[in-house]
Write a protein that binds this ligand. Sequence first.
Ligand code: GDP
Length: 447
Amino acid sequence: MAFDSLSSRLQGILKKIRGQAKITEKNIDDMLVEVRRALLEADVNYKVVQEFVEDVKNQAIGQKVIQSVSPSQMIVKIINDKLAELLGEGDNEIHFARTGVTSIMLVGLQGTGKTTSAGKLANMYKKEGKKVLLVAGDVYRPAAIDQLIQLGEQIGVQVYSDRSGTSPVEIAKKAYFKAQKENYNIVIIDTAGRLEIDETLMKELQDIETSIPLNEELLLVDALAGQNAVNVAKEFHTKVHLTGIIMSKLDSDARGGAALSIKKISGLPIKFAGVGEKIEDIETFHPDRMASRILGMGDVVSLVEKAQENLDQEKAVKATKKIMSGNFGIDDIVNLLHQIRRLGPLGKLITMLPGMPKINSDQVEQGEKNINIIEVISNSMTPKERKNPDIIKANRKIRIAKGAGRSVQDVNRVIKSYEMLRDNIKKMNPMMRNMIAAQAKKGGENK
Ligand code: GDP
């Protein structure tokens, strides 16, 4: 199965580091030497490996310590996240047309799995209740047309074909027109492959691109081709407007080097993975799930995620309690503002207090700007001034404004807001104060 050998190597390496009582920089370096070797042996691009190892190291060293999580668990999480990043976390969605026909064109070298994948996708979308039209655009190989017609019959999907010498561009146009007229949801166009990239093939694809609106142009690459597949993707992408990759034969590739390099090198996200020869052997590609499958430590990863969330929540609860006590400085406000976006309803409650910057949905941008201003001004204060803003008189204000690159008015405004918030909280009925503090705690527990 895909990534098998890399997976067992990485799991071995991480098991070793998890067995160590203490994690030092030396431990991390030793581990990274092994990670580096494992990735190179998995045929991951050299530059990609180099960057990966540096990223992991920087993050591992810069990582804040979370009490309930061990440093080795933290490292598992970092490696997991970085693997997901390599696999292209982000833009893996298929972009469907808002109305009317969605067209998907499959391109790639011969034998990479275009025709098979066209059938697999058609079958998948048909099962989702969509009306699908397959288009036989590889007119040079009669066998390819036969193969697609056969697939269409097998899955009960209509195939548009034309053996009368019509050009692939005309075929694509006619098929698209038919799809529009007959209310198809999705058109999947199979195109001709060559043994290598050549100008005629590229020209043909470019002509189709300008003849019909394409929602997706997916390049088929064979996982077994390793770095060759990556190079083909890079080159194709300079000639035609690809939107993503279908990586076939991931089931037969134990190394996974192509999958781990292709996003960084070609810029193209993998959108689907072919995982066998049967019609249902296609998967929507999920980098995060794939990463945790490779590491086989999903439990550790979710443990760390949970601890990180809890930590944020704890900080927020603490900051709220402190502010509600009426004894707080500007540093506590900045602290709380940092957490507010994660707080949801509680965040709203806090921002309703007079003196706090307002962040409702219409004013998010302005609210964020206010937070930034408060933050740079606070950063320009001494710790003493932050804790006790009452000591900030004229001279200090000028110094703070200069340091923050803001006006003295801005400094005044921040101090005024602080005073207003403090006065209002002090004036508040103690029961109300306790209630808000308790609400913060409850919010934390509900998470
Ligand atoms: P085309 O020339 O690009 O249209 O390639 P085909 O669709 O004809 O596929 C070439 C060969 O690869 C066929 O034997 C397919 O069964 C096989 N194939 C395609 N996709 C996969 C896959 O995901 N896994 C495996 N194991 N074989 C595949």
